[in-house]
Design a protein around this ligand. Structure first.
Ligand code: AMP
Length: 427
């Protein structure tokens, strides 16, 4: 098979690494890719927002399958456009991608199909939204309806902060994403990420994974796209997995099908584990980054048949196998991230770092210039490792981090701490 992968981050490097390992693959391209992906795939300088150009590339090169990494092209309908051109693509249609592209859409789906979630209101003007929060009180959560690069959610501990967030959103702080605002009940409990693969009819769970959103150790500082992740997480037991499948994932798949907009692709649910059961607080419609990196390291099965089964509605009797060994990834970011940061600094020692036992390094924001790897984004490297325990994977990952010479970068030193502490207690 000839496969075209779309995207340029660490998630796509991990997907490229896993897809390239499939005996089914003859040729793998990645558009636009990055310096690390270039080791697994031929990078092509396509503008993935230009669907006609992507279709033209697929036709000229006889691509059999397109795998879409990030949410933006999904929400823009690239899978629909490819399907119309007769090209198979992994990921949801534009209508199904609304599960991520519109928070109000997801809340309405939850109401219609009895999926547990927090109480909410949807608003298209500030006056009504302000009246609602004043009636409900704080803490509360204010969300821009649309895609806002992970920045459109304000958890407001006080009424004042909620009012400020509402005013800012309707003043255009998130552009078109904030013309509708969702106000949601603040949920307290343990937050977990849950991944499932759907073919429009049914869904199968993927391995569990936990990310670390805050930029500094001890979960301090501002939220980021994710500073590290590990898999499996001790907090998603078999019982909790079964409950989330039965109460959240499968009703979503059935509801989307009943509405005539079946969901195919990866469903990534943000779930709060509460005393009265799990509650959904958001959906994403693709693999998480950096959770994907640890999932790919733990996936024993060939991924390509799984992607095809999702596209073709064949997941019913499908079985994905996973390695028991935990995996962990440490994100190395440019100093200043998630705020302003410089690009262009040189990264050395990657080959030496990759020699540490169990280590695999995926690249995110990198470019190659004159034989050197240069930082080219906020999140730059994913230093991943497997081990017999999360603690061993963590030790190996940091041993590799310490071999990387990149003074302009930084990372958290405590990725996986919850699982490591639990292992120490013998849990
Ligand atoms: P998001 O940008 O949608 O991933 O949301 C950012 C973070 O906001 C999540 O990771 C949660 O920690 C938090 N969050 C979102 N919705 C709620 C909610 N209803 N209750 C409590 N926390 C929430």
């Amino acid at each position: 098979m000839n496969i075209l992968l779309l995207g340029s981050g660490g998630r796509e490097h991990a997907l490229a690494w896993k897809i390239a390992a499939s005996p089914l693959v003859t040729k793998l391209w990645c558009a636009p890719g990055n310096a690390g992906i270039a080791r697994e795939a031929e990078c092509v300088a396509l503008d993935i927002a230009d669907h006609a150009a992507v279709i033209d590339f697929c036709r000229r090169n006889a691509a059999d399958l397109v795998v879409v990494g990030p949410e933006t092209p999904l929400a823009a309908g690239i899978v629909d456009d490819l399907a119309r051109a007769g090209i198979k693509a992994f990921g949801p249609s534009k209508q199904a991608a609304q599960l991520e592209a519109s928070k109000g859409f997801t809340k309405a789906l939850c109401s219609e199909f009895g999926i547990p979630t927090g109480a909410y209101g949807r608003f298209t003007n500030a006056a009504d939204a302000l009246a609602y929060v004043r009636a409900k009180g704080a803490p509360t959560v204010v969300k821009a309806d649309g895609l806002a690069a992970g920045k459109g959610v304000v958890v407001a501990p006080t009424l004042r902060e909620a009012e400020d967030a509402i005013t800012k959103m309707f003043d255009g702080a998130f552009g078109a994403a904030g013309t509708e605002v969702v106000i949601e009940e603040y949920l307290t409990g343990r937050e977990i990420s849950f991944f499932a693969l759907s073919d429009g009819e049914t869904a199968i769970p993927l391995a569990s994974a936990q990310d670390h959103k805050r930029v500094f150790d001890h979960d301090e500082g501002p939220n980021t796209g994710g500073m590290g992740a590990y898999s499996p997480t001790p907090f998603v037991t078999d019982e909790i997995q079964a409950e989330i499948m039965a109460k959240i994932i499968l009703p979503t798949v059935k509801g989307m099908k009943a509405r005539g907009t079946p969901f195919r692709g990866v469903l990534y649910a943000g779930v709060m584990l509460m005393p009265d059961g799990p509650k959904l607080f958001e959906y994403n419609v693709r693999f998480g980054d950096p959770e994907c990196q640890v999932l790919m390291l733990r996936m024993m099965s060939d991924i390509v048949p799984a992607l095809l089964a999702s596209c073709d509605g064949q997941l019913k009797n499908f079985d994905l196998r996973w390695f028991d060994e935990p995996a962990l990834t440490v994100v190395m970011a440019a100093k200043g991230y998630p705020g302003d940061y410089a690009k262009g600094s040189r990264i050395e020692g990657l080959d030496d770092a990759a020699k540490v036992e169990g280590v695999e390094i995926f690249q995110a924001g990198t470019i190659s210039k004159d034989g050197h790897i240069l930082a080219n984004g906020g999140r730059v490297l994913n230093v991943c490792a497997t081990g017999k325990t999360v603690a061993e994977a963590q030790r190996r990952a940091y041993r590799a981090v310490d071999r990387i010479r990149w003074p302009e970068g930084f990372c958290r030193r405590d990725i996986g701490w919850q699982a490591v502490e639990r292992e120490k207690r013998g849990g």
